[in-house]
Design a protein around this ligand. Structure first.
Ligand SMILES: O=C(O)CCC(=O)C(=O)O
Ligand SMILES: [Fe+2]
Length: 193
């Protein structure tokens, strides 16, 4: 499989543009759009409530909830197709994942602000497997200590982005908004909780 090492210091980040074929990605987009129970939550930032700029869902094979940005998500059980995607990822990475956070970016106005996936329940050096479907979107990295030090990649449908090792200690990531009229994008991030 085609593999692109991002080559950022103090990180292990690999991009696989064609983890799924074009046809399979389109089929999976339709299934995920329909079967995932999407929710729109509010989060509290400095005491003020804001609507999250995207829809989300949380699935897990255990009972562990996922907490971030003042939000606590209780898991739903995996449905068949999501389980089979999890299987594909597990075979490829030789890693067993317990949980999947799903994001639906409805258009260019939806986004995911600068953050690192460094919640303590993920452990010290978490492995995160991130799959993309639907509309391609840019994904930015920036160095935590030097915000000028950035790298931008386009996440294409059917692609896999693997972040592991010390990545979350040194780098933040975001999905920026864009003024262009865009279609929906679905992201699945598999994690161990
Ligand atoms: O949508 C993406 O590709 C990134 C999602 C993300 O960073 C997250 O859910 O923690
Ligand atoms: Fe993230």
């Amino acid at each position: 499989m085609r593999e692109i090492d991002l080559g950022l210091p103090n990180s292990t980040i690999c991009y696989y543009p064609t983890f799924y074929s074009e046809e399979r990605s389109l089929q999976l987009f339709r299934i995920l759009r329909e079967k995932i129970v999407w929710r729109h939550d509010q989060i509290k930032v400095f005491g003020k409530l804001y609507w999250q700029p995207r829809l989300t869902a949380f699935y897990a094979s255990n009972k562990k909830s996922y907490s971030y940005s003042s939000l606590k998500m209780e898991p739903l059980p995996f449905f068949n197709e999501l389980k089979s995607i999890k299987n594909d990822i597990e075979k490829f990475t030789e890693t067993n994942f317990t949980s999947c956070l799903a994001n639906l970016y409805r258009d260019g106005n939806d986004s995911n602000g600068w953050h690192a996936d460094d919640e303590k329940e993920l452990g010290k050096n978490p492995i995160i497997a991130s799959l993309s479907f639907g509309q391609p979107r840019f994904f930015n990295f920036r160095n935590k200590k030097n915000h000028q030090f950035k790298k931008k990649i386009l996440l294409e449908p059917g692609s896999l982005l693997l972040m592991q090792g010390e990545t979350q200690h040194y780098w933040q990531h975001e999905i920026p908004k864009t003024k262009k009229v865009l279609d929906e994008r679905i992201n699945l991030t598999f994690r161990i909780l």
